[in-house]
Design a protein around this ligand. Structure first.
Ligand code: ADP
Ligand code: MG
Length: 742
């Protein structure tokens, strides 16, 4: 059978894989084909030492002995009296005597594995590996692992196990792969299936262009596929992994770059070249009361080049909380104005849209925006009254309104533009792919406006480059000067320090500062959560801060009411704002210096980081207090229980330990595991079997550069038909579409 046909064959075609074993592979690991099995990679390797006759084996080192079990003895060292069941501490030692082919004997103890003598009766031929020691008068193998070699297959149910030949040298390599395994199918049996699948595999043709292999000194495909499962030594395992990781990431990147190339080729854009001195974009920068950071200036240069091209811009702007993305976005929008076009900014919530509207109104006033005869800036949300809406839609449609800020309401069919030049999407991960497409399609001539998407929460670079492989990425990796470090503390909910905290807040308020108190609100438990937030509000307003003004804001409040409360907090008429996570993102009240989060363990790392970003926005020293209620239970639930009673969970510890959003994003990725990033992405993630985005960051960068280079030179990969076929097999158009940034 040729190699490709064999890879596509059902696992049950492999010698030794019974129907029942195939069923277990499918149920436990979704392994259906030979390829699936060969992509079930070892999670670790164990060096079992050289295979040696006992007489020559060194003491104190890992060795492997082949021989037969001649007998068992079972001891209960803690037992009281005669035959007294389990010992005091329940310890049972089952000790096998193994005699090797040279006639020498070794004892192999197993602790609390009473089933062993039954499973491996005298006569079973085995390989045992462990560290050889002398114990009293006998030789003993410590921490032994045992592999059954005999034809009796005694270590597994007979109908699952196939006949195993006793060809020891073939079967027992010095480096043993450890596979993700399951009860009826231990690692060694999976290793055997893999071994026989590889034996039946014809040499694989290499799809990778030779120039790339040479550039990165990668081994060939056939050696890699065999080497990852049965390496001669650990170096070979590493070389095999490098090659296969490269393949995974390269194919993904090539797929994304091809898609990007195709979209760009199909789409005509519009030019939004920022006008020189005297233009709105340039004057905006001139009028700012501060200097741009280096990162902002670099972002403007990159984005400016995109805007000037006739191709549509397709760029992601990311930066830590407070890095000043808004200025960059406003500048891009004003470039549309410089070209007589319109620009729109879409935000995920009304609160955010309202706030952007206010910020823009202030920032742009020196340019004459919303002055008589000046350019018009308007807000479009679900709360706009029907009467006002009719007029607004008409003005947008004829181009009398040039700058529009809004929510999902912007997406509605009836919103049409005269000449839309620039689209900015804030917090893009809260929108689906179709949302971005709908805004993009709001030009009547079918051309695409320039699109800038922003993430308010940093994501690890490696993830951005992988998942957003079809976007250009600009990172604001610098905060404006003079920012205060925010002091963060994690405190158990019931701690007596709560009272002194309240005292401290009173002092700060008396000094003219303000505080947020945030309560969780999760969809699933919304009613209960709302009640809890209201309870906190009653307690704080009625007792703790009775002599101050306390407000409550949550998503259930009507828009006008919510806005009234926010405005009062902004103006200082309210000094303590109790809120659910509606304030999570982007809310900007410079006088707010204290952020208290109740039940902080219920929030994710990036949410907490966002919340903390609501303070420290001016030069006053700021504080973030995370109250951890039930932290230990939560941690147990999350399976991260390496925690002493009372200690907070690892997410809170992470947030408490650094204010660097990128570092936190990486920690988040580590803690949650790379398979569970649905917070970051609404749509599917690439299915990476081997590559780890953080650990393999260098490969992410390399493959992205290689893929760009390849696709630029040869978009359809006509010169590399084998690579093209491999990319298609792994990442068809449909899967890539699902991956496209929202
Ligand atoms: P984010 O990236 O979180 O959206 P913002 O755009 O809201 O950050 O900016 C945070 C604050 O920093 C705003 O008050 C903004 O006016 C201010 N700011 C932005 N750029 C600078 C700068 N270069 N120097 C000083 N302050 C700046
Ligand atoms: Mg912002």
């Amino acid at each position: 059978m040729d190699a490709q046909a064999w890879l596509d064959a059902d696992v049950s075609a492999i010698d030794g894989v019974s129907g029942r074993a195939a069923g277990v592979l499918r149920a436990a690991f979704e392994i259906r084909t030979v390829r699936d099995l060969l992509e079930h990679y070892p999670r670790a390797y164990r060096d079992i030492g050289a295979l040696q006759p006992l007489a020559q084996a060194p003491l104190g080192e890992p060795v492997t002995i082949v021989g037969a079990i001649t007998g068992w003895s079972v001891m209960r060292p803690g037992a009281r009296g005669r035959g007294g069941g389990r010992g005091r501490r329940g310890l049972v030692i089952a000790k096998a005597t193994v005699v090797d082919d040279g006639g020498d004997r070794v004892e192999v103890p197993f602790f609390n594995q009473e089933w062993r003598p039954r499973q491996h009766p005298p006569g079973t031929r085995v390989a045992v590996s462990g560290v050889l020691e002398r114990f009293r008068a006998a030789l003993q193998l410590k921490n032994a692992k045992l592999v059954v070699l005999g034809a009796d297959g005694a270590s597994a149910p007979a109908d699952v196990d196939a006949d195993v030949d006793g060809d020891v040298d073939e079967e027992l390599e010095r480096i043993q792969p450890a596979y993700p395994a399951t009860d009826p199918l231990p690692s060694w049996r999976i290793a055997r299936f893999v071994g026989s699948a590889l034996e039946q595999l014809e040499p694989l043709e290499d799809f990778l262009p030779a120039e790339l292999r040479l550039r990165h000194t990668l081994i060939d495909l056939d050696s890699a596929v065999r080497g990852i499962h049965r390496p001669r030594d650990l170096d070979q395992a590493t070389a095999a992994r490098d090659r296969l990781v490269y393949d995974e990431l390269l194919c993904l990147q090539v797929g994304l770059q091809q898609r990007r190339e195709r979209l760009e080729r199909q789409a005509a854009g519009v030019e939004n070249t920022p006008a020189g001195t005297g233009g709105a974009a340039a004057r905006f920068i001139e009028f700012l009361s501060f200097n741009l950071t280096g990162a902002q200036a670099a972002a403007l240069a990159e984005i400016g080049a995109d805007l000037a091209r006739p191709k549509p811009m397709h760029r992601l702007l990311q930066g830590d909380v407070g890095s000043g993305k808004t200025v960059v976005a406003a500048w891009a929008m004003l470039s549309a104005l410089d070209n007589g076009r319109q620009a729109v900014l879409m935000a995920p919530t009304e609160i955010l849209a309202e706030q952007h509207f206010r910020t823009f109104s202030e920032m742009l006033a020196p340019l004459g925006v919303n002055a008589p005869a000046g350019p018009r800036l308007e807000l479009l949300t679900g709360s706009v009254t029907a009467k006002k809406l009719r007029g607004l839609l008409a003005e947008v449609a004829v181009g009398d309104v040039q700058l529009l800020i809004g929510t999902h309401a912007l997406l509605e069919e009836r919103v049409s533009f005269a000449d839309l030049g620039v689209v900015v999407i804030d917090e893009q991960h809260r929108f689906g792919v179709e949302h971005r497409t709908r805004l993009r399609d709001k030009r009547s001539d079918g051309r695409w406006p320039d699109v800038l998407v922003m993430t308010a929460t940093p994501i690890p670079r490696s993830l951005a480059l992988t998942v957003y492989g079809d976007l250009d990425v600009t990172v604001l990796d610098e905060l404006p000067p003079g920012r205060q470090q925010i002091v963060t503390q994690v405190i158990p909910s019931g701690s007596t320090r709560r009272r002194s905290l309240y005292g401290f807040i009173r002092e700060r308020i008396a000094a003219g500062e303000r505080a947020y108190v945030v309560c969780p609100l999760i969809d699933k438990s919304e009613t209960l959560d709302l009640a809890a937030a209201e309870e906190v509000y009653r307690h704080l307003s009625g007792e703790v801060f009775a002599d101050f003004d306390v407000g409550l804001v949550h998503g259930r409040l009507p828009g006008a009411e919510r806005e009234r409360v926010m405005e009062a907090f902004r103006a200082g008429e309210i000094q303590v704002l109790v809120a659910t996570t509606v304030i999570e993102v982007g809310v900007d009240v410079p006088e707010a210096t204290i952020m208290v989060v109740e039940d902080a363990q219920r929030f994710g790392i990036s949410q907490l980081h966002q919340l903390r970003g609501r303070v420290g926005r001016a030069s006053a020293r700021s504080y973030c207090v995370l109250f951890a209620g039930d932290a230990v239970d939560e941690a147990a639930e999350a399976g991260t229980l390496t925690i002493e009673a009372g200690a907070p969970n690892p997410r809170l510890l992470a947030v408490g330990s650094t204010t660097d959003g990128f570092a936190l994003a990486e920690r988040d990725l580590e803690l949650r595991g790379e398979g569970s990033l649905f917070d970051t992405r609404q749509s599917g993630l690439p299915d990476l079997k081997l590559a780890k985005l953080i650990k393999d960051y260098d490969w992410v960068v390399q493959t992205r550069a290689d893929a760009r280079d390849l696709v630029e030179r040869d978009p359809a990969l006509d010169g590399f038909p084998q690579l093209r076929a491999e990319v298609r097999r792994r990442y068809g158009e449909e899967r890539l579409a699902a991956l496209e940034a929202g």
